[in-house]
Each structure stands twice: as C-alpha cells, then as structure tokens.
Write a protein that binds this ligand. Structure first.
Ligand code: SF4
Ligand code: SF4
Length: 174
C-alpha cells in the first residue's frame, strides 16, 4: 500500500514575496529604528569598555591556577598525583621529592601546568584531597607571545595569591 502524501502549498511563492523586498524593508526598519533610538539616547546600551573596565567575576570563577600554602609559605601539595591523574588534558606534570619538614612524606619538586593544553575544567581542583590547588586567582586573560610563558612552574603557582578571601571562596559553591 502506497503512503499517503499530503501536498502543502508553499507560502511566499508570489513574485513580490520571492523578491524579498518587503521583508528586507521590514528588517532595515528594525535596524534603523534601533540606530536612531540609541543615537538619541544611549543610556540603555550595555557597553563595557574592556580592558579599561574589567568584568566582575565571582569568587569561585575558574581562572588561572595556583597552589595553596601553609602559614609558613610551604606548599600544601603532597605530590599525590591525583590532579595529574584526573586531568583530562594531561597538562599537569609533577615530579615528587622527599619532604623533610615533617608535614608529609612527599612534596613536589617540579609542578608544571601547560596552559595551552588546559581546558579549564577544574577537575584538578575537584580531585585534590588537600585543597592544595585552586583556580581562584581571578586571572582570566592569559596572553603572551611565546609558548614557554604558558608553562606555569612551581614558583609561579605558589606565588600567585587568591583573588578572594577564604570566606568568599567557601561561600562561592563548587
Ligand atoms: S583545569 Fe582541567 S585541564 Fe586544566 S589542569 Fe586542571 S584538570 Fe587539567
Ligand atoms: S595539588 Fe593536590 S592532587 Fe595535585 S599532587 Fe598536590 S596534593 Fe595531590
């Protein structure tokens, strides 16, 4: 048995409609309507003069990474490799060494994050059992003109402060 075919008349098949002149005129009327309205009074336009005016970003916004420290400035990281193992982009490289200050057995002697490969997913932060790595630096614009600059090292990771207070960070949610 053959399928029943219902033929529907195509709309817009007249010559005037196929020339699109009326539709173009309607579109231009909308465009120029906005243009003249905003020329007369631009207070309702939402324009941010970046980079002079920086965006307001929430405390837990995932920006560039940092390693958190104890009060004496030593790394909380114990080189457990959880972040490196969970990183889907495989852009964390850690080299562990023996820790002699009694805080743990191991510590990172090298800790690199390749920002050109990072997808800013935050899995490293989630995976860390010690809250030793965070992405709360507020640094959202990472630019340079050579590849080496995008390879974050241990010193830089430890030296970068968080952009918000501890309370704000904890309140900020996941
Ligand atoms: S944010 Fe994601 S991709 Fe970047 S280092 Fe962390 S786990 Fe890897
Ligand atoms: S940052 Fe956290 S998860 Fe990564 S190696 Fe250090 S302690 Fe382990």
């Amino acid at each position: 048995m053959g399928a029943k075919v219902k033929i529907i008349e195509r709309k817009g098949s007249s010559l005037i409609e196929r020339l699109y002149l009326i539709e173009i005129a309607k579109g231009m009327a909308t465009t120029f309507g906005h243009l003249f309205r905003n020329l007369k009074d631009n207070r309702n336009l939402y324009v941010r003069h970046y980079p002079e005016v920086q965006p307001e970003i929430p405390a837990r916004w995932r920006g560039r990474h940092r390693l958190t420290t104890h009060e004496d400035g030593t790394a909380k990281c114990v080189a457990c490799f959880m972040c490196q193992t969970n990183c889907p982009a495989k852009c964390i490289m850690i080299e562990a060494g023996e820790r002699v200050d009694g805080k743990a057995e191991k510590m990172p002697v090298k800790f690199h994050i390749d920002l050109l490969e990072c997808i800013y997913c935050g899995y490293c932060v989630e995976a860390c059992p010690l809250d030793a790595i965070r992405m709360d630096t507020g640094i959202f614009s990472v630019t340079d003109n050579n590849r080496e600059s995008f390879l974050l090292g241990l010193e830089e990771l430890l030296a970068t402060p968080g952009a918000c207070s501890e309370e704000e960070y904890k309140k900020g949610g996941a």
